[in-house]
Design a protein around this ligand. Structure first.
Ligand code: FAD
Ligand code: NAP
Length: 537
């Protein structure tokens, strides 16, 4: 086993979070090295190359805000950038700030243990790294969730999870393709696959709401307008609930007449995308408001899908709108009007097994397939951290510390795990926000803390009391919304069999959260035990 150099900080992951963390620490003169499983930068946008992979944050704000020059020099081509364009952007960032020299690629971390003095990090290839401070930038949605369906290994066709899509692509022309899953990913991939597959069968467990994206090329005028307006755009994002630069409507939709309300919803529908949520005040707070919006969206499914039975199967009735991450789409519901597309309700007739020929349902019905696509999501937030094999003080495994569910302080650190900082960890706003905004806030906060610890030669970890208080607050914040009503949501860990049901992201809002983090730092980090470094002979 070779022991590598010993930087002050090791950062795991080289997506949006890892790249900016490395940049910030280098700017502060702190030695840092990144370890990344992929053979390139990009994270989500390196791995998720499935047909139709695209952002649903809009391009002008799904990007870094830390460099005015970068903002001005990068040109986005569409309202919502596709996977390849976002990956090019992150590659440009890596080159522009000369970040690649600080990253070891094709290097998967398999364990990291705190030995009382330093973190000792072991990688799949056998290289060992040590460091004083360990920062995880492993993402919230990087741990693919492939369902454990009997017989998968016997399948004679090819199968892929969307989050591990082959770089060379998959030619589905004229082939019989099955898609399991109708979350954001399935809803993006299904129309694109349907356009070239011979036959497409969609295996749907939970019907989903979706809003048209209304993607379009960005005109020169629009792009120039955003660039000229960046200061104001960023200010709105920083003051917002979810990091998007939308001002939430102040209209009381319940006080409107039916016609007025319908007109308001129609305007938001025409504008498209996640702005729809911002157009409906209290949509996640007031069940009556939510029901009006949900009803409107259900009516759109009925008016788009020609076969009334198919429309009914596609109509969500088990969760209020936006309590699961709301997808946005291009021609999703329209796709079910195509002759080569079949919808199968696997809640009514579950998948029993995969056979060499395809999928067999509990009823015995068979669906022969050449290609099977799992758009089945991720072991979100806690999954990528658990896969790191972290061990804290006394050798305690994170898996044991989190046996009852993930617990952190501010989503930034875990009691019993000294000098470990978790970018967009469980208990932070993360996936409820535009993530680059949350990532930058976390990176800046962690960089300041590490600089403070280094200047004063201190170690830090959250106190158990602060962590317990934060867990209570995270629960209260979720319970003050309708979010926990989506029983099968990955926000609750419900998509992974055996995962403890804990509402994982912080639902109290980005601006409020940022203020709490700032107050923690300004008060000298009272939620952390700060200890003078223990010298080991
Ligand atoms: P990631 O991009 O996930 O990067 C984590 C990196 O850590 C990966 O490269 C991974 O290989 C590496 N890693 C993990 N474990 C290890 C290990 N053990 N050893 C070494 N390396 C490891 N967010 C939005 O705000 N808006 C959107 O529109 C949006 N669209 C999305 C679309 C898709 C298809 C998906 C899956 C997610 C989307 N997200 C979106 C969320 C997206 O994950 C974040 O916006 C952002 O890209 C996360 O960046 P990150 O650096 O935190 O994590
Ligand atoms: P997801 O939202 O978790 O959806 C997974 C789908 O697979 C659900 O429909 C789920 O059904 C189904 N499923 C899972 N296991 C199954 C099984 N054993 N049998 C049948 N169906 C099964 O995952 P995702 O679509 O990949 O999206 C995850 C998150 O990534 C999104 O919410 C979003 O945050 C992000 N994302 C964003 C974009 C974008 O912004 N453009 C695109 C893609 C992803 P149930 O609902 O019944 O569990």
């Amino acid at each position: 086993m070779s022991v590598r150099n010993d930087p002050d900080v090791v950062v795991i992951g080289a997506g949006f979070a890892g790249l900016y963390m490395i940049h910030r620490l280098r700017e502060l003169g702190i030695s840092v090295h990144g370890l990344e499983a992929a053979d390139g930068v990009g994270g989500t946008w390196y791995w998720n190359r499935y047909p139709g992979a695209r952002c649903d944050s809009e391009s002008y704000y799904y990007c870094y805000a830390f460099s005015r020059e970068l903002e001005q020099e990068w040109d986005w081509s569409e309202r919502y950038p596709g996977q390849a364009e976002i990956l090019s952007y992150l590659e440009h960032v890596a080159d522009r700030f000369d970040l690649r020299r600080s990253v070891s690629f094709s290097t998967t971390v398999v364990s990291a243990a705190h030995d009382g003095d330093r973190w000792v990090i072991d990688t799949e290839g056998g290289a060992r790294w040590t460091c004083r401070w360990l920062v995880t930038a492993v993402g919230c949605l990087s741990s693919a969730n492939v369902p454990d369906i009997p017989g998968l290994e016997s399948f004679a066709g090819e199968w892929h999870h969307t989050g591990q899509w082959p770089h060379e692509g998959v030619d589905v022309t004229g082939r019989r393709v099955g898609v399991v899953g109708t979350g954001s990913t399935g809803i993006q991939a299904i129309p694109v696959l349907a356009a070239s597959a011979g036959e497409l069968t969609v295996f749907q467990r939970t019907a989903n709401f979706s809003i048209p994206a209304r993607n379009a090329p960005l005109s020169d005028d629009e792009a120039a307008g955003y660039k000229a307006d960046y200061a104001a755009i960023r200010a709105v994002q920083q003051a917002s609930t979810n990091g998007h630069p939308f001002v939430v409507s102040d209209v009381d939709t319940l006080a409107l007449s039916d016609d007025e309300r319908r007109e308001l919803f129609e305007r938001a529908w025409e504008r498209g995308g996640l702005r729809f949520r911002a157009a409906v005040r209290d949509v996640l707070a007031d069940p009556a408001v939510n029901e009006k919006a949900s009803d409107f969206l259900r009516s759109k499914i009925r008016s788009t899908v020609e076969d009334p039975d198919v429309a009914e199967t596609l109509t969500p009735r088990d969760h209020p709108f936006a309590t699961k991450r709301p997808p946005i789409d291009t021609d999703y519901f329209e796709t079910y009007n195509r002759e080569n597309v079949t919808l199968v309700d696997v809640r009514a007739d579950p998948i029993a097994e995969i056979t060499p020929d395809g999928v067999r349902l509990a009823s015995g019905a068979e669906h022969p397939l050449d290609v099977l696509v799992f758009a089945t999501g991720f072991d979100a937030l806690s999954g990528p951290l658990l896969r790191l094999g972290l061990r804290g003080t006394g050798g305690v495994a994170l898996a044991d510390a989190w046996a009852e569910g993930a617990a952190t302080y501010l989503g930034l650190g875990v009691a019993g795990f000294p000098n470990l900082f978790t970018i967009t960890g469980p208990g932070s706003p993360s996936v409820l926000t535009n993530m680059p905004t949350s990532i930058e806030q976390h990176v800046d906060w962690i960089a300041d803390l590490v600089a403070h610890l280094r200047a004063h030669d201190l170690d830090a970890e959250p106190t158990p009391e602060a962590q317990a208080r934060w867990a209570d607050h995270v629960r209260e914040a979720a319970d003050a919304t309708l979010l926990p009503q989506a029983a099968s949501s990955w926000y609750l860990g419900a998509n992974v069999p055996g995962k403890p049901r804990v509402f994982l992201p912080y639902a109290g809002g980005f601006a409020r959260y940022r203020e709490m983090c700032d107050a923690e730092a300004a008060a000298g980090y009272p939620g952390f035990a700060l200890r003078a470094r223990r010298e080991v002979a």
